[in-house]
Design a protein around this ligand. Structure first.
Ligand SMILES: Nc1ncnc2c1ncn2[C@@H]1O[C@H](COP(=O)(O)OP(=O)(O)O)[C@@H](O)[C@H]1O
Ligand SMILES: [Mg+2]
Length: 275
């Protein structure tokens, strides 16, 4: 059942909410969140990136200096600060970020006893906002912060590094999504799985790809993100790779991925219109 029957294609009131999630660290969540958000802005969308990881890599990767942060996602979760007040503009036209803060590392414990602990982020985001898309960059765990993202989001995008235990991690995450669907958020779905740090010369990359596509079929995006040093350099300049070096293989792959995601979004919009 659609929770937002009034939503129509490209005249979004309540934004489309996508979480970038994988309980493993270092698999490309933040890189995907930053570059996906930038690619969406490049086609004219207004995007808000919510940095839900206490490490704050999405914030620093977009050039937000910690010393200049007034409100963070912590204040949104615990101090009833409106999400639009916590949003900071970035150098990318159309892209704002709600920064993380060091306080967020204690949030996990504070949430345990908090009222409506699973729904705090949802309450902040499921309302008319001046954005077409909200992208939530999750921490590398399945804790209460990530649960907040899964309860708030309509869909998740899963970056998956091509390594030996990739499929097991993905099964674990799928089960979590299933549980969240049965309890807090019936409409949650996996938008897609994106293979990251792919090396076509490496047998393991190819084997993992075959396995993951065998199990998850069309849920795996056709576009794969190659291992590319420019993607890892860009954050130190506070810029998305798509801005830092648009021509590099990594940026090009993220642009292609964004196009693929938009195509799936068009199908989603049609469904919402029909509902
Ligand atoms: N496709 C890639 N090629 C090379 N380095 C990458 C790629 N994707 C991410 N990285 C680098 O790998 C590290 C982990 O990526 P990150 O996006 O921060 O993962 P996560 O958010 O899942 O922890 C970062 O240093 C990042 O710059
Ligand atoms: Mg990260």
């Amino acid at each position: 059942m659609a929770l937002q029957p009034s939503r129509t294609a490209y005249s979004v009131q309540t934004p489309r909410l996508l979480a970038i999630a994988n309980q493993k660290g270092g698999v490309g969540k933040t890189t995907t969140a930053i570059n996906m958000a930038t690619a969406l802005c490049a086609i004219g969308k207004k995007v808000l990136l919510v940095d839900l990881d206490p490490q704050g890599n999405a914030s620093t990767g977009l050039g937000v200096r910690r010393s200049l942060i007034r409100n963070s996602v912590y204040d949104v979760l615990f101090e009833a600060v409106d999400i639009t007040e916590a949003a900071v503009k970035t150098k990318v036209p159309g892209l704002s970020v709600v920064p993380s803060s060091v306080h967020l590392s204690g949030a996990e414990i504070e949430l345990v006893t908090a009222h409506n602990r699973e729904f705090r982020l949802r309450a902040a985001l499921r309302k008319p906002l001046p954005y077409d898309y909200v992208i939530i960059d999750c921490p590398p765990s399945l804790n209460l912060l990530t649960l907040n993202a899964l309860v708030a989001a309509q869909s998740i995008i899963v970056p998956l590094q091509c390594e030996f235990y990739a499929l097991e991690g993905l099964s674990h995450l799928s089960k979590t999504v299933e549980r969240v669907r049965k309890t807090f958020n019936p409409e949650l779905d996996i938008h897609g799985v994106v293979l990251t740090m792919y090396d076509s010369r490496n047998n393991l990359s190819r084997m993992v790809e075959e396995d993951v596509r065998g199990h998850f079929g069309d849920k795996v995006y056709k576009t794969v993100i190659p291992r590319n040093v420019r993607l890892s350099e860009a954050p130190s300049y506070g810029l998305p790779a798509i801005v830092y070096d648009m021509r590099c293989a990594g940026a090009q792959a993220y642009i292609k991925l964004a196009k693929e995601i938009i195509r799936r979004e068009r199908a989603y919009n049609k469904d919402v219109k029909a509902a």
